[in-house]
Write a protein that binds this ligand. Structure first.
Ligand code: F6P
Length: 367
């Protein structure tokens, strides 16, 4: 087992709250316990690939400044989805996979890194895990995403703070909905998974919650809104995950056929044309959900993951991802994690059951 003396840490993929708290935990554990040096790599792998390289040695005292209490990532990130699109020599251009790998290897050599901590999604871990294996350095991944659909783990950093932001928005929307007899639709992030929508809908006392994992009918939404009215309540709350299909079975994109957004407007328009005269308004929360300072749960999970990841490297582990399941953190093989694939909402799980039990319309029951 090669002795570790120096590690790199980077953030990759879409940001979320809690990333700085992970970086802090990695630095504290690596420096204080193992006396390793830690280099923060800027803008995902780009910091190693660009010339001059972009990095900074991180010390414990860097965290005297309250970085770790803030949202975003102090190291910057990149979620272009194209690993060959790199900022090299000050110009953003597409370079060959061979050149990316070559520059990565040289970057690692120059910085004398023995291991890399990758705080990112499964896509980033697959790409960077491969670079690390080919470069001969250890790699460990820490899952993050407000969608909470990272494979093989019940928790991804950033989720809890995002839920808080959505619920806060719902609380605000409820008071104005009540003043104006309105149906308020809240569209939340979640490309392929509805964890954020579902958890927020329960906590925010929503009447309807539509998520990609459970098919719904437009009539089901109308029926629920009519029931609410009949009960004497003058307002309703509808939570929609951006990744659901519109009633015509198509996805709705806000930008360039890739970024979801706007399915709520289609549903709102249909509802407003019903004979019930539903007075509908839409709020698309967008990137508000990715910002803000991490809450206590995210700080705790970020800290626990960071410490565990460094310990794993110290124990000679490589190509692993730290995962949290049934109250325990353990590492799992990257290969296994990638094979398992993203973690969707279980349509028969306890949260869906709770939502149905409360009378929330969560789509049609799957037999
Ligand atoms: O993966 C997290 C996520 O927040 C998705 O829910 C959302 O669709 C996406 O990121 C948006 O990312 P960006 O606009 O940064 O490309």
């Amino acid at each position: 087992m090669k002795e570790i003396k120096r590690i790199g840490v980077l953030t990759s993929g879409g940001d979320c709250s809690g990333l700085n708290a992970v970086i802090r935990a990695v630095v504290l554990r690596a420096v204080q316990t193992y006396h390793w040096e830690v280099f923060g790599i800027y803008n995902s792998t780009n910091g190693l690939i660009s010339r001059p390289m972009q990095y900074k040695q991180l010390t414990v005292s860097d965290f005297d400044f309250p970085f770790a209490r803030l949202g975003g990532t102090m190291l910057g990130t990149n979620n272009s989805g194209n690993p060959n699109l790199q900022m090299t020599d000050g110009v953003l251009s597409e370079i060959s996979s061979e050149e990316v790998l070559e520059r990565f290897k040289k970057g690692v050599e120059e910085l004398q890194l023995d291991a890399l901590v990758v705080i990112g999604g499964d896509g980033s871990m697959a790409i960077i895990g491969n670079y690390c294996a080919k470069t001969g350095i250890s790699m460990i991944g820490i899952p993050k995403t407000i969608d909470n659909d990272a494979p093989a783990t019940e928790y991804a950093v950033g989720f809890s703070t995002a839920v808080d932001s959505v619920v806060d928005a719902m609380d605000r929307l409820t008071s104005t909905a009540r003043s104006h007899n309105r149906v308020m639709i809240v569209e939340v992030m979640g490309r392929g998974a509805g964890h954020l929508a579902l958890e927020s809908a329960i906590a925010g006392f929503s009447d309807v919650c539509l998520i990609p994992e459970i098919p719904y009918t437009y009539e089901g939404i109308v029926k629920k809104l009519r029931e609410v009215r009949k009960s004497g309540r003058n307002y309703s709350l509808v939570t929609i995950a951006e990744g659901i299909e519109a009633p015509d079975g198509k996805h709705v994109y806000a930008l360039n056929g890739k970024t979801f957004g706007g399915v709520s407007n289609i549903i709102a328009d249909k509802l407003s044309k019903e004979e019930d005269n539903f007075n509908v308004r839409v709020t698309v929360l967008g990137h508000i959900q990715r910002g803000g300072d991490p809450n206590a749960t995210d700080r705790v999970m970020a800290s626990a993951y960071g410490v565990y990841a460094v310990d794993s490297l110290a124990h000679g582990k490589t190509n692993q991802v730290v995962c949290y399941n049934q109250g325990k953190i353990e590492e799992k093989d990257l290969e296994y994690v990638l094979k398992v694939g993203n973690n969707p909402v279980d349509p028969k799980g306890c949260r869906v059951q709770a939502a149905r039990g409360l009378g929330i319309y969560v789509g049609e029951e799957i037999k």
